[in-house]
Design a protein around this ligand. Structure first.
Ligand SMILES: [Zn+2]
Length: 437
Protein backbone atom coordinates (compact mmCIF):
# COMPACT_ATOMS: atom_id res chain seq x y z
CA UNK A 1 0.00 0.00 0.00
CA UNK A 2 1.11 3.59 -0.68
CA UNK A 3 2.63 5.59 2.15
CA UNK A 4 -0.03 7.26 4.31
CA UNK A 5 0.15 10.78 5.75
CA UNK A 6 -1.29 9.66 9.10
CA UNK A 7 -1.72 6.18 10.58
CA UNK A 8 -3.84 5.83 13.73
CA UNK A 9 -3.39 2.49 15.49
CA UNK A 10 -4.54 0.62 18.55
CA UNK A 11 -7.93 2.27 19.11
CA UNK A 12 -11.39 0.83 18.83
CA UNK A 13 -13.00 2.10 15.62
CA UNK A 14 -16.74 2.75 15.32
CA UNK A 15 -17.18 3.24 11.57
CA UNK A 16 -20.97 4.03 11.65
CA UNK A 17 -21.32 2.51 8.17
CA UNK A 18 -23.25 -0.53 9.32
CA UNK A 19 -20.14 -2.47 10.35
CA UNK A 20 -19.81 -3.21 14.04
CA UNK A 21 -17.06 -1.94 16.33
CA UNK A 22 -13.51 -2.85 15.25
CA UNK A 23 -11.48 -3.70 18.37
CA UNK A 24 -7.76 -2.85 18.10
CA UNK A 25 -8.41 -0.99 14.88
CA UNK A 26 -6.45 1.27 12.57
CA UNK A 27 -7.19 4.13 10.18
CA UNK A 28 -4.84 5.39 7.48
CA UNK A 29 -5.22 8.83 5.89
CA UNK A 30 -3.70 10.18 2.67
CA UNK A 31 -4.38 13.56 1.02
CA UNK A 32 -7.26 14.24 3.40
CA UNK A 33 -9.05 10.98 2.70
CA UNK A 34 -9.34 7.64 4.46
CA UNK A 35 -7.38 4.94 2.62
CA UNK A 36 -7.69 2.15 5.19
CA UNK A 37 -10.06 1.22 8.03
CA UNK A 38 -9.69 -2.16 9.70
CA UNK A 39 -7.78 -4.22 12.23
CA UNK A 40 -4.37 -2.97 13.41
CA UNK A 41 -2.89 -6.34 12.43
CA UNK A 42 -3.98 -5.77 8.81
CA UNK A 43 -2.35 -2.32 8.83
CA UNK A 44 1.12 -3.58 9.71
CA UNK A 45 2.42 -3.04 6.18
CA UNK A 46 1.28 0.59 6.02
CA UNK A 47 4.05 3.15 6.50
CA UNK A 48 3.17 6.75 7.41
CA UNK A 49 4.63 10.21 7.88
CA UNK A 50 2.93 10.50 11.26
CA UNK A 51 1.83 7.68 13.54
CA UNK A 52 -0.70 8.08 16.33
CA UNK A 53 -0.71 5.47 19.07
CA UNK A 54 -4.38 5.57 20.09
CA UNK A 55 -4.59 2.75 22.63
CA UNK A 56 -7.45 3.29 25.09
CA UNK A 57 -9.31 5.56 22.67
CA UNK A 58 -12.33 5.18 20.42
CA UNK A 59 -12.29 6.67 16.93
CA UNK A 60 -15.62 7.62 15.40
CA UNK A 61 -16.80 9.90 12.60
CA UNK A 62 -16.67 13.57 13.60
CA UNK A 63 -20.00 14.75 15.00
CA UNK A 64 -22.27 16.80 12.73
CA UNK A 65 -24.24 19.62 14.36
CA UNK A 66 -27.06 20.36 11.90
CA UNK A 67 -28.54 23.50 13.44
CA UNK A 68 -26.82 26.36 15.20
CA UNK A 69 -26.16 30.09 15.19
CA UNK A 70 -22.59 29.83 16.30
CA UNK A 71 -21.95 33.54 16.95
CA UNK A 72 -24.65 33.51 19.65
CA UNK A 73 -22.01 32.13 22.03
CA UNK A 74 -21.58 35.81 23.03
CA UNK A 75 -25.15 35.69 24.48
CA UNK A 76 -24.50 32.59 26.57
CA UNK A 77 -26.05 33.01 30.00
CA UNK A 78 -28.14 36.07 29.12
CA UNK A 79 -31.95 35.90 29.29
CA UNK A 80 -32.27 32.72 31.28
CA UNK A 81 -35.52 30.91 32.07
CA UNK A 82 -37.75 33.06 29.85
CA UNK A 83 -40.44 32.01 27.37
CA UNK A 84 -39.45 32.08 23.68
CA UNK A 85 -41.32 35.28 22.69
CA UNK A 86 -40.02 37.26 25.72
CA UNK A 87 -36.54 35.76 25.26
CA UNK A 88 -36.49 36.94 21.62
CA UNK A 89 -38.21 40.33 22.06
CA UNK A 90 -36.56 41.57 25.25
CA UNK A 91 -33.04 40.21 24.97
CA UNK A 92 -32.00 38.47 21.78
CA UNK A 93 -33.37 40.84 19.12
CA UNK A 94 -32.19 44.07 20.85
CA UNK A 95 -28.71 42.55 21.28
CA UNK A 96 -28.63 41.31 17.70
CA UNK A 97 -29.47 44.84 16.51
CA UNK A 98 -26.26 46.04 18.21
CA UNK A 99 -23.96 43.29 16.92
CA UNK A 100 -21.21 44.34 14.54
CA UNK A 101 -19.22 42.16 12.10
CA UNK A 102 -16.31 41.77 14.47
CA UNK A 103 -18.61 40.54 17.29
CA UNK A 104 -20.02 37.93 14.93
CA UNK A 105 -16.53 36.81 13.94
CA UNK A 106 -15.33 36.57 17.54
CA UNK A 107 -18.51 34.77 18.66
CA UNK A 108 -18.06 32.32 15.78
CA UNK A 109 -14.43 31.72 16.77
CA UNK A 110 -15.49 30.90 20.33
CA UNK A 111 -18.18 28.58 19.00
CA UNK A 112 -15.75 26.85 16.62
CA UNK A 113 -13.29 26.39 19.48
CA UNK A 114 -16.01 24.91 21.69
CA UNK A 115 -17.19 22.55 18.94
CA UNK A 116 -13.66 21.47 18.10
CA UNK A 117 -12.97 20.70 21.78
CA UNK A 118 -16.13 18.58 22.01
CA UNK A 119 -15.69 16.51 18.84
CA UNK A 120 -17.90 18.33 16.32
CA UNK A 121 -16.21 18.48 12.93
CA UNK A 122 -19.03 19.89 10.78
CA UNK A 123 -21.93 22.23 11.51
CA UNK A 124 -24.83 23.96 9.78
CA UNK A 125 -25.18 27.62 10.67
CA UNK A 126 -27.49 30.50 9.83
CA UNK A 127 -26.97 34.11 10.93
CA UNK A 128 -26.24 37.61 9.64
CA UNK A 129 -22.77 38.55 8.35
CA UNK A 130 -22.22 34.87 7.67
CA UNK A 131 -18.97 35.79 5.88
CA UNK A 132 -17.59 36.40 9.39
CA UNK A 133 -18.62 32.85 10.37
CA UNK A 134 -16.90 31.59 7.21
CA UNK A 135 -13.74 33.40 8.32
CA UNK A 136 -13.86 31.61 11.69
CA UNK A 137 -14.51 28.24 10.02
CA UNK A 138 -11.57 28.86 7.67
CA UNK A 139 -9.24 29.61 10.59
CA UNK A 140 -10.45 26.83 12.89
CA UNK A 141 -10.16 24.11 10.23
CA UNK A 142 -13.72 22.86 10.78
CA UNK A 143 -16.24 22.09 8.06
CA UNK A 144 -19.36 24.26 7.73
CA UNK A 145 -22.60 24.42 5.78
CA UNK A 146 -23.24 28.11 6.15
CA UNK A 147 -26.15 30.35 5.26
CA UNK A 148 -26.92 34.03 5.54
CA UNK A 149 -30.33 34.39 7.23
CA UNK A 150 -33.32 35.74 5.31
CA UNK A 151 -35.97 37.51 7.35
CA UNK A 152 -38.82 39.81 6.40
CA UNK A 153 -40.97 40.24 9.52
CA UNK A 154 -43.47 42.49 7.70
CA UNK A 155 -40.78 44.57 5.96
CA UNK A 156 -40.69 43.67 2.24
CA UNK A 157 -37.60 45.73 1.54
CA UNK A 158 -35.70 43.92 4.28
CA UNK A 159 -36.93 40.59 2.89
CA UNK A 160 -35.56 41.38 -0.58
CA UNK A 161 -32.29 42.72 0.80
CA UNK A 162 -31.63 39.70 3.02
CA UNK A 163 -32.49 37.33 0.15
CA UNK A 164 -29.92 39.07 -2.06
CA UNK A 165 -27.32 38.87 0.68
CA UNK A 166 -28.05 35.18 1.23
CA UNK A 167 -27.70 34.47 -2.52
CA UNK A 168 -24.46 36.47 -2.73
CA UNK A 169 -23.03 34.66 0.27
CA UNK A 170 -23.84 31.30 -1.34
CA UNK A 171 -22.25 32.35 -4.64
CA UNK A 172 -19.10 33.68 -2.97
CA UNK A 173 -18.51 30.98 -0.36
CA UNK A 174 -19.59 27.63 -1.88
CA UNK A 175 -16.44 25.54 -2.03
CA UNK A 176 -14.42 28.04 0.03
CA UNK A 177 -11.63 26.86 2.38
CA UNK A 178 -10.56 23.95 0.21
CA UNK A 179 -14.18 22.81 -0.10
CA UNK A 180 -14.74 22.73 3.66
CA UNK A 181 -17.44 25.38 3.32
CA UNK A 182 -20.63 24.83 1.38
CA UNK A 183 -23.68 27.07 1.42
CA UNK A 184 -27.44 27.00 1.74
CA UNK A 185 -30.11 29.71 1.72
CA UNK A 186 -31.73 30.30 5.11
CA UNK A 187 -35.22 31.77 5.33
CA UNK A 188 -35.71 32.23 9.08
CA UNK A 189 -39.18 30.62 9.26
CA UNK A 190 -42.53 30.39 7.49
CA UNK A 191 -43.99 32.87 10.00
CA UNK A 192 -41.30 35.52 9.49
CA UNK A 193 -41.18 35.44 5.66
CA UNK A 194 -44.06 36.12 3.25
CA UNK A 195 -45.24 33.45 0.78
CA UNK A 196 -43.83 35.54 -2.12
CA UNK A 197 -40.42 35.70 -0.47
CA UNK A 198 -40.42 31.97 0.34
CA UNK A 199 -41.24 31.18 -3.29
CA UNK A 200 -38.32 33.34 -4.41
CA UNK A 201 -35.99 31.60 -1.94
CA UNK A 202 -37.02 28.23 -3.28
CA UNK A 203 -36.51 29.31 -6.91
CA UNK A 204 -33.07 30.77 -6.13
CA UNK A 205 -32.03 27.62 -4.25
CA UNK A 206 -32.97 25.40 -7.16
CA UNK A 207 -31.25 27.77 -9.61
CA UNK A 208 -28.05 27.56 -7.52
CA UNK A 209 -28.49 23.83 -6.87
CA UNK A 210 -28.22 24.25 -3.09
CA UNK A 211 -30.36 23.42 -0.07
CA UNK A 212 -32.54 25.54 2.20
CA UNK A 213 -32.10 25.70 5.99
CA UNK A 214 -35.06 26.91 8.06
CA UNK A 215 -36.86 26.72 11.42
CA UNK A 216 -40.09 24.73 11.29
CA UNK A 217 -42.96 24.04 13.72
CA UNK A 218 -40.98 25.35 16.68
CA UNK A 219 -43.56 26.99 18.89
CA UNK A 220 -47.17 26.14 19.65
CA UNK A 221 -48.13 29.84 19.97
CA UNK A 222 -46.62 30.84 16.66
CA UNK A 223 -48.16 27.73 15.15
CA UNK A 224 -51.64 28.82 16.30
CA UNK A 225 -51.14 32.37 15.03
CA UNK A 226 -50.07 30.88 11.73
CA UNK A 227 -53.15 28.66 11.51
CA UNK A 228 -55.34 31.70 12.15
CA UNK A 229 -53.64 33.69 9.42
CA UNK A 230 -53.44 31.03 6.70
CA UNK A 231 -55.93 28.39 7.81
CA UNK A 232 -53.45 25.53 7.58
CA UNK A 233 -50.35 24.22 9.33
CA UNK A 234 -46.87 25.57 8.61
CA UNK A 235 -46.00 22.30 6.89
CA UNK A 236 -49.11 22.32 4.67
CA UNK A 237 -48.51 25.97 3.84
CA UNK A 238 -44.91 25.37 2.78
CA UNK A 239 -45.92 22.24 0.89
CA UNK A 240 -48.55 24.20 -1.05
CA UNK A 241 -45.85 26.70 -2.01
CA UNK A 242 -43.71 23.87 -3.41
CA UNK A 243 -41.09 24.80 -0.80
CA UNK A 244 -40.21 21.16 -0.06
CA UNK A 245 -39.34 20.25 -3.66
CA UNK A 246 -35.59 20.80 -3.27
CA UNK A 247 -33.18 19.87 -0.45
CA UNK A 248 -34.60 21.13 2.86
CA UNK A 249 -33.05 21.14 6.34
CA UNK A 250 -35.81 21.89 8.89
CA UNK A 251 -34.89 22.51 12.52
CA UNK A 252 -37.18 21.64 15.46
CA UNK A 253 -40.37 20.09 13.92
CA UNK A 254 -42.08 19.86 17.31
CA UNK A 255 -45.68 20.79 16.51
CA UNK A 256 -46.62 18.42 13.71
CA UNK A 257 -49.90 16.71 12.83
CA UNK A 258 -49.93 13.15 11.47
CA UNK A 259 -50.54 14.62 8.03
CA UNK A 260 -47.56 16.99 8.47
CA UNK A 261 -45.33 14.03 9.25
CA UNK A 262 -46.48 12.24 6.09
CA UNK A 263 -45.84 15.37 4.03
CA UNK A 264 -42.30 15.68 5.44
CA UNK A 265 -41.64 11.99 4.74
CA UNK A 266 -42.99 12.13 1.18
CA UNK A 267 -41.04 15.32 0.43
CA UNK A 268 -37.76 13.95 1.79
CA UNK A 269 -37.35 16.86 4.21
CA UNK A 270 -34.38 16.43 6.58
CA UNK A 271 -35.50 17.03 10.15
CA UNK A 272 -33.09 18.38 12.76
CA UNK A 273 -33.99 17.28 16.27
CA UNK A 274 -32.86 19.96 18.77
CA UNK A 275 -33.66 18.40 22.16
CA UNK A 276 -31.72 20.60 24.59
CA UNK A 277 -32.86 24.01 23.30
CA UNK A 278 -36.44 22.74 22.90
CA UNK A 279 -36.48 21.59 26.52
CA UNK A 280 -34.80 24.74 27.84
CA UNK A 281 -37.29 27.09 26.17
CA UNK A 282 -40.14 24.82 27.26
CA UNK A 283 -41.26 24.22 23.67
CA UNK A 284 -41.87 20.48 23.76
CA UNK A 285 -40.42 17.27 22.38
CA UNK A 286 -40.34 16.36 18.70
CA UNK A 287 -41.89 12.90 18.17
CA UNK A 288 -38.90 11.29 16.53
CA UNK A 289 -40.13 7.68 16.57
CA UNK A 290 -43.03 8.44 14.20
CA UNK A 291 -40.77 10.40 11.86
CA UNK A 292 -38.18 7.60 11.74
CA UNK A 293 -40.89 4.99 11.13
CA UNK A 294 -42.08 7.02 8.14
CA UNK A 295 -38.52 7.01 6.78
CA UNK A 296 -37.65 10.65 7.52
CA UNK A 297 -33.91 11.38 7.80
CA UNK A 298 -33.50 12.78 11.31
CA UNK A 299 -30.28 14.58 12.32
CA UNK A 300 -29.29 16.39 15.52
CA UNK A 301 -28.51 20.01 16.37
CA UNK A 302 -27.71 22.15 19.39
CA UNK A 303 -29.15 25.52 18.26
CA UNK A 304 -27.31 28.64 19.46
CA UNK A 305 -25.61 28.85 22.85
CA UNK A 306 -28.18 31.39 24.09
CA UNK A 307 -30.79 28.64 24.28
CA UNK A 308 -28.83 25.49 25.08
CA UNK A 309 -26.29 26.72 26.59
CA UNK A 310 -23.48 24.67 25.07
CA UNK A 311 -22.59 23.48 21.58
CA UNK A 312 -21.60 20.08 23.00
CA UNK A 313 -23.05 17.41 20.70
CA UNK A 314 -22.29 14.68 23.25
CA UNK A 315 -24.78 16.39 25.53
CA UNK A 316 -27.30 16.65 22.69
CA UNK A 317 -26.87 12.96 21.87
CA UNK A 318 -27.41 12.06 25.51
CA UNK A 319 -30.40 14.33 26.14
CA UNK A 320 -31.84 13.49 22.71
CA UNK A 321 -31.96 9.79 23.58
CA UNK A 322 -33.31 10.37 27.10
CA UNK A 323 -36.05 12.77 25.96
CA UNK A 324 -37.42 10.26 23.44
CA UNK A 325 -37.57 7.53 26.07
CA UNK A 326 -39.43 9.92 28.36
CA UNK A 327 -41.78 11.15 25.62
CA UNK A 328 -42.91 7.61 24.76
CA UNK A 329 -42.44 6.22 28.29
CA UNK A 330 -40.49 3.43 26.61
CA UNK A 331 -36.76 2.80 27.17
CA UNK A 332 -36.49 0.94 23.84
CA UNK A 333 -37.14 4.08 21.79
CA UNK A 334 -34.03 5.53 20.07
CA UNK A 335 -31.17 3.11 20.77
CA UNK A 336 -27.63 4.31 21.44
CA UNK A 337 -26.52 3.28 17.94
CA UNK A 338 -29.49 5.06 16.29
CA UNK A 339 -28.83 8.33 18.10
CA UNK A 340 -25.12 8.17 17.21
CA UNK A 341 -26.09 7.64 13.59
CA UNK A 342 -28.25 10.77 13.79
CA UNK A 343 -25.21 12.70 15.04
CA UNK A 344 -22.95 11.39 12.26
CA UNK A 345 -24.19 9.77 9.03
CA UNK A 346 -27.76 11.15 9.16
CA UNK A 347 -26.32 14.60 9.84
CA UNK A 348 -24.04 14.30 6.82
CA UNK A 349 -27.02 13.25 4.71
CA UNK A 350 -29.11 16.15 6.01
CA UNK A 351 -26.38 18.52 4.78
CA UNK A 352 -26.01 16.75 1.43
CA UNK A 353 -22.52 15.56 2.38
CA UNK A 354 -23.03 11.84 3.04
CA UNK A 355 -20.92 10.75 0.07
CA UNK A 356 -17.91 12.51 1.61
CA UNK A 357 -18.35 12.46 5.42
CA UNK A 358 -20.49 10.93 8.21
CA UNK A 359 -18.83 7.52 8.47
CA UNK A 360 -15.32 6.08 8.50
CA UNK A 361 -15.04 4.42 5.10
CA UNK A 362 -12.28 4.16 2.51
CA UNK A 363 -12.62 7.05 0.06
CA UNK A 364 -14.42 9.38 2.45
CA UNK A 365 -12.84 12.55 3.82
CA UNK A 366 -10.96 12.00 7.08
CA UNK A 367 -13.19 13.79 9.62
CA UNK A 368 -12.49 11.85 12.81
CA UNK A 369 -13.19 12.33 16.51
CA UNK A 370 -11.25 10.31 19.06
CA UNK A 371 -12.57 9.87 22.58
CA UNK A 372 -10.31 9.08 25.52
CA UNK A 373 -11.84 6.14 27.36
CA UNK A 374 -9.38 6.15 30.27
CA UNK A 375 -11.74 8.20 32.51
CA UNK A 376 -13.49 6.78 35.60
CA UNK A 377 -16.99 7.54 34.28
CA UNK A 378 -16.23 5.39 31.20
CA UNK A 379 -15.07 2.33 33.16
CA UNK A 380 -15.67 -0.57 33.05
CA UNK A 381 -16.35 -0.63 29.33
CA UNK A 382 -18.94 -3.17 28.23
CA UNK A 383 -20.71 -1.35 25.39
CA UNK A 384 -18.93 1.39 23.44
CA UNK A 385 -22.08 2.89 21.85
CA UNK A 386 -23.87 3.06 25.19
CA UNK A 387 -20.79 4.62 26.82
CA UNK A 388 -20.56 7.28 24.09
CA UNK A 389 -24.25 8.18 24.45
CA UNK A 390 -24.96 7.79 28.17
CA UNK A 391 -21.58 8.38 29.84
CA UNK A 392 -19.24 10.39 27.61
CA UNK A 393 -18.99 14.18 27.56
CA UNK A 394 -17.54 16.57 25.04
CA UNK A 395 -14.54 17.07 27.31
CA UNK A 396 -13.61 13.39 26.84
CA UNK A 397 -12.70 14.13 23.22
CA UNK A 398 -8.95 13.89 22.87
CA UNK A 399 -8.11 14.26 19.17
CA UNK A 400 -10.00 15.77 16.22
CA UNK A 401 -9.10 15.45 12.54
CA UNK A 402 -10.88 17.31 9.73
CA UNK A 403 -10.08 16.92 6.05
CA UNK A 404 -7.10 14.78 7.10
CA UNK A 405 -5.61 17.57 9.19
CA UNK A 406 -5.07 17.17 12.94
CA UNK A 407 -6.88 20.15 14.52
CA UNK A 408 -6.58 18.96 18.12
CA UNK A 409 -4.27 16.36 19.65
CA UNK A 410 -4.26 15.38 23.35
CA UNK A 411 -6.75 18.28 23.81
CA UNK A 412 -4.22 20.81 22.44
CA UNK A 413 -5.88 22.86 19.70
CA UNK A 414 -3.45 23.50 16.86
CA UNK A 415 -5.39 25.95 14.70
CA UNK A 416 -6.62 28.50 17.25
CA UNK A 417 -5.00 30.21 20.25
CA UNK A 418 -7.48 29.03 22.85
CA UNK A 419 -6.73 31.65 25.50
CA UNK A 420 -6.73 34.52 23.00
CA UNK A 421 -10.11 33.44 21.58
CA UNK A 422 -11.66 33.27 25.07
CA UNK A 423 -10.29 36.68 26.08
CA UNK A 424 -11.47 38.29 22.84
CA UNK A 425 -14.95 36.80 23.27
CA UNK A 426 -15.21 38.08 26.85
CA UNK A 427 -14.16 41.55 25.74
CA UNK A 428 -16.61 41.64 22.82
CA UNK A 429 -19.50 40.40 24.98
CA UNK A 430 -18.82 43.13 27.55
CA UNK A 431 -18.57 45.81 24.86
CA UNK A 432 -21.78 44.60 23.25
CA UNK A 433 -23.70 44.87 26.52
CA UNK A 434 -22.31 48.36 27.16
CA UNK A 435 -23.06 49.57 23.61
CA UNK A 436 -26.04 51.90 23.24
CA UNK A 437 -28.93 50.52 21.22
ZN1 LIG B 1 -32.28 28.19 15.55
Amino acid sequence: MEKADILIRGCAVLPMDGRSLIEDGAIAIKNGRIIFVGKSTSAEGISAEEKIDAKGKVAMPGLVNCHTHVSMTLFRGLAEDKPLDVWLRETIWPLEARLNCEDIYVGALLGCLEMLKSGTTCFADMYFHEDMVARAVFESGLRGVLAEGIIEAGNKEQGGKTLNRSVNFAKNFSGYANGRITAMLAPHAAYSCSPELLRKVKDKASELGIGVHTHLAESANLFMEFEKKYGCSEVEFLNNLGFFEGHVLAAHCINLSDNDRHVLAESGVNVVYVPVANMKLGLGAARIKELVELGVNVALGTDGAASNNTLDMFETVNVGALLQKLTYLDSRVLSAYEVLRMATLNGAKALGLDTSIGSLEVGKKADITMVDFSKPHLKPLHDVCAALVYSARGSDVDTVIVDGKILMENRQVKTLDEQAVIEKAERHAAELLARKP
